[in-house]
Write a protein that binds this ligand. Structure first.
Ligand code: F55
Length: 834
């Protein structure tokens, strides 16, 4: 790109040179880093060396902004959001940081001059998969948008040594491989060995008299370990603000060595060290059965204790007296995993800082806000009182006291309603008494929110009905969003360029509502044609990737029909399978005339202990193997399973999708965020009225959304009046023949039993009402096919989906939180003077 010689452009070029963003500076630093950090010349550098040099060159360019942000936040006592999350599903940093620094083009040109390919350098990065799915990815989108929206923030979490497992498919089954993401080093983090806090476990509590003669409680833990901070800068787009992601690593404290020295038990001390370090060893894949639960509670306490101690330290170093703690900080609980923070802050204020209960509770209660991400009863966290007593005895005492005072309030409010008191108590009574973490989070927070309108409504009407009646003003909705930087600009540069060209500016990247300007061009043949070209190119890229990863050949001319998300029965991947089998049977019966050629593409991991979910993966691969090899099918339909669906692979999928499958049973998916990512990339949605689908449909227009299925209310109604799935099986001949085909052994080398657990469950129980929605789903898919045949109409709908999706940017979500929940105003960093 040549730069015209206007005074402004010279100024900005000088500015770029000054801050090291020029091509010359980038090239020099890249070569220096390659030599001084990796110890390599260009000629002998491995792909990994090149990636590390590029990463360090990029990181150097964010440090100045980072330090400036930190300085300003410190000196101005800026109000700060602390996002507490057990998971951050960050995805690769390099490409996203290049975009947010505005140097992708320069980096590409420098690479070309050095005869290197920027895309393969970017490919080299091993992503930090420190999350399971939607909840962890939301935390990552929010961190990026907090920076973009110039809201001072710290993300607190755990530096898992092993993130979410890598998924391989062997003989059609999911096989889990450990995710050793730190193996080759992590250039994005900065260890802070001096930012280190002790965390206690076990032991007992005791009473003592303080210097003023007051009786107080204190905790004598049996074991103490250390949490050490590892910091990663999180850049925003088009801003100088850089926020901080601070992840804690567990280490043994010196007392271990001391112990060994005293007792001579050297090996005992070494084992104790190893045990301490297991606390941040591995991310729990959700839905795990009971075993290992204790370690999970230890993890939760570990990271919230470090985070609360760090916040208190920061406050004392800047503002000073703890009375104003809740003015300086607001702490957002990402689901209940960090809910112990409420109790830990109470403990620190009471026991370490000598506050009275009322004073400590006043601060704590004003500090926290809580986001709920699920209504599924089996996903609501509870911990056995016995375990608590053994691991965190002081915290249990504090929970009892919070509960005592809270239940007194309930008693006064709802005179004599004992049943209600039982339901609202922080302790569930029963064979085994358990602490209800969701109730604790609600009681300890000043604001509670759901993640989509429907979900927030159900939160108030069902899960927290009693609480909403007690404190109606506490409940809010903030609909989720995703970052358009990663999911449009990074993932789909061709589309981003076309949008920029059509709108005549790049401002849509930071103000996503401006995508609406596309609407004025929706009927232009030129745009429609280029839109199709962009989509086809993305489909070709995906087809090439799939071919090398799985051997399955997809036809880019066919409709790419994608369902990518964690495997769970409520998400109903098996409903999609029934549709595929129906298409297959039609082809076999010579009735393929009204079909359009389709590629059915799946992606997603199943929790290692979730048998049904793993069986669904096996079924998809089994059905795929038969269909893909049946000459009769002759390319009409193809089934492909993308192995290891993670952020990186998601970025390959979203741009290539024509159709996005969002088919959960209404009322079960809190929001969904994949639905937004697909739609932003021009896929049309087939979906139920669930989670954020409802709002997406309203935004893009009902004519541009394929709706089917029961509403949440209808589903509930049918469950209550007695749902009998076998009646559907018996009365719908096609449904019966689809399910029977699964059990015929056709897809399983004659094994008629292997898929029985799935089909028996569908026919006899069907907790997520797959059979009830089967007919409506097939009918709707017919409409999809009809619509796809009219390319112009489909393209128009696709453009309108993108034009009207602006609301689902995580920038909007963060602004909602800032205004309604956190009461915080942005704090821009002034760019450096020239
Ligand atoms: C992780 C750990 C545990 Cl123990 C339980 C659940 C999870 C988890 O990953 N939950 C999750 O991803 N929930 C999802 O959150 C998204 C963001 O709000 C929603 O869009 C989605 O509907 C919800 O299922």
């Amino acid at each position: 790109m040549s730069t015209p010689n206007t005074p402004e452009s010279l100024d900005s070029e000088r500015e770029r040179t000054r801050t090291g963003m020029s091509k010359a500076a980038l090239k020099q630093d890249f070569l220096d880093n390659l030599f001084y950090i990796q110890g390599r010349f260009l000629e002998v550098a491995t792909p990994h060396d090149l990636y590390m040099a590029a990463a360090f060159t990029t990181r150097d360019r964010l440090l100045e902004r980072w330090v400036k942000s930190a300085q300003l936040f410190k000196s101005s006592h800026a109000r700060t959001v602390c996002y507490l999350s057990a998971e951050y599903l960050l995805g690769p940093h390099l490409a996203s940081n290049l975009v947010n620094l505005g140097i992708t083009e320069n980096a590409r040109e420098v690479s070309e001059e050095l005869k290197l390919d920027l895309d393969s350098i970017i490919e080299e990065e091993e992503e930090p998969g420190l999350g399971n799915g939607g909840l962890g990815r939301l935390a990552a989108c929010f961190m990026e948008s907090l920076s973009t929206c110039e809201v001072p923030a710290i993300g607190y979490g755990i530096r898992y040594e092993f993130g979410i497992f890598d998924q391989a498919i062997e003989d059609g089954w999911q096989v889990e491989k450990t995710d050793n993401w730190l193996r080759n080093g992590n250039p994005w983090e900065i260890p802070r060995p001096k930012i280190c806090f002790p965390v206690g476990y076990g032991g007992h509590t005791e009473s003592y008299r303080d210097e003023r003669g007051q009786m107080r409680q204190r905790w004598q833990p049996e074991l103490e370990i250390n949490g050490v901070a590892y910091d990663t800068p999180i850049l925003g787009y088009g801003t100088e603000n850089v926020n901080l992601l601070r992840l804690w690593k567990a280490e043994a404290s010196e007392s271990f060595d001391f112990q060994a020295f005293n007792t001579g038990d050297y090996y005992g001390a070494v084992y104790a060290k190893i045990e301490a370090e297991t606390i941040s060893k591995v991310l729990y894949p959700n839905d795990e059965p009971e075993i290992g639960k204790e370690l999970r509670l230890k993890q939760q306490y570990f990271f919230v204790s470090c985070s609360m101690q760090d916040m208190i330290r920061l406050h004392q170093n800047t503002v000073g007296p703890l009375e104003s703690f809740a003015d300086k900080f607001v702490a957002q609980l990402n689901d209940t995993h960090p809910a112990l923070a409420v109790v830990e802050l109470m403990r620190l204020l009471l026991d370490a800082h000598g506050m009275s209960w009322d004073q400590a509770w006043g601060i704590t209660h004003r500090t926290f806000c809580y986001t709920n991400h699920t209504l599924l009863p089996e996903a609501l966290e509870t911990w056995s009182v016995n375990l608590f007593e053994r691991l965190l005895p002081r915290h249990l005492e504090i929970i009892y006291e919070i509960n005592r005072r809270f239940l007194d309030e309930v008693r006064v409010h709802f005179l004599g309603d004992e049943a209600r008191i039982w339901r609202m108590s922080l302790i569930a009574e029963g064979d085994e008494r358990r602490v209800r973490m969701a109730n604790l989070a609600v009681v300890g927070s000043q604001a509670v929110n759901g993640v989509a309108e429907l979900h927030s409504k159900l939160v108030k009407a069902t899960l927290f009905k009693d609480f909403a009646e007690l404190w109606p003003g506490r409940f809010h909705n903030v609909t989720n969003g995703v970052t358009p930087r990663r999911f449009m600009v990074v993932a789909n540069p061709r589309l981003a360029q076309l949008i920029t060209k059509t709108c005549g500016h790049e401002d849509w990247i930071r103000d996503l509502e401006r995508l609406r300007e596309l609407e004025a061009h929706v009927d232009e043949a030129g745009l429609q044609e280029q839109w199709l070209t962009v989509k086809r190119a993305a489909k070709q890229d995906l087809a090439a990737w799939m071919k090398q990863a799985t051997g399955v050949q997809l036809d880019p001319e066919s409709l790419f029909d994608v369902q990518a998300k964690r495997f769970h029965e409520y998400k109903r991947q098996h409903l999609k399978v029934l549709h595929i089998i129906r298409c297959y049977q039609r082809i076999k019966q010579g009735l393929s005339q009204d079909l359009v050629p389709r590629a059915f593409i799946f992606g997603g991991k199943a929790a290692p202990g979730y048998f049904m979910a793993k069986l669904m993966i096996k079924l998809i691969n089994a059905v795929g193997a038969v269909i893909n090899n049946d000459p009769h099918v002759n390319g009409w339909i193809r089934v492909a399973f993308m192995p290891d669906f993670n952020v990186k692979n998601g970025q390959r999928l979203y741009p290539a999708a024509d159709l996005s499958e969002q088919i959960s049973l209404a009322g079960k998916e809190a929001s969904g965020t994949g639905n937004m990512k697909f739609s932003m990339n021009g896929a049309l949605t087939i979906g139920t009225l669930d989670g954020a689908n409802v709002e997406i449909r309203e935004a893009v227009g009902e004519d541009n959304f394929f709706l089917f299925g029961m509403t949440a209310e209808e589903a509930l109604q049918r469950q209550m009046t007695g749902y009998r799935p076998w009646e559907h099986y018996q009365s719908d001949a096609k449904l019966k023949s689809d399910i029977d085909l699964i059990n015929s052994g056709l897809f399983s080398h004659g094994d008629t039993q292997i898929f029985r657990p799935l089909t028996d469950n569908l026919v006899n129980h069907d907790p997520f009402m797959v059979l009830a929605d089967y007919r409506a789903y097939l009918d709707c898919q017919k409409t999809v096919s009809e619509t796809y045949k009219d390319t112009q109409r489909w393209t128009r709908m696709s453009i309108l989906n993108v034009a009207r999706i602006g609301h689902f940017s995580s920038d909007r979500a963060i602004r909602d939180y800032a205004e309604h929940i956190w009461k915080i105003t942005p704090k821009p960093i002034e760019p450096a003077a020239g």
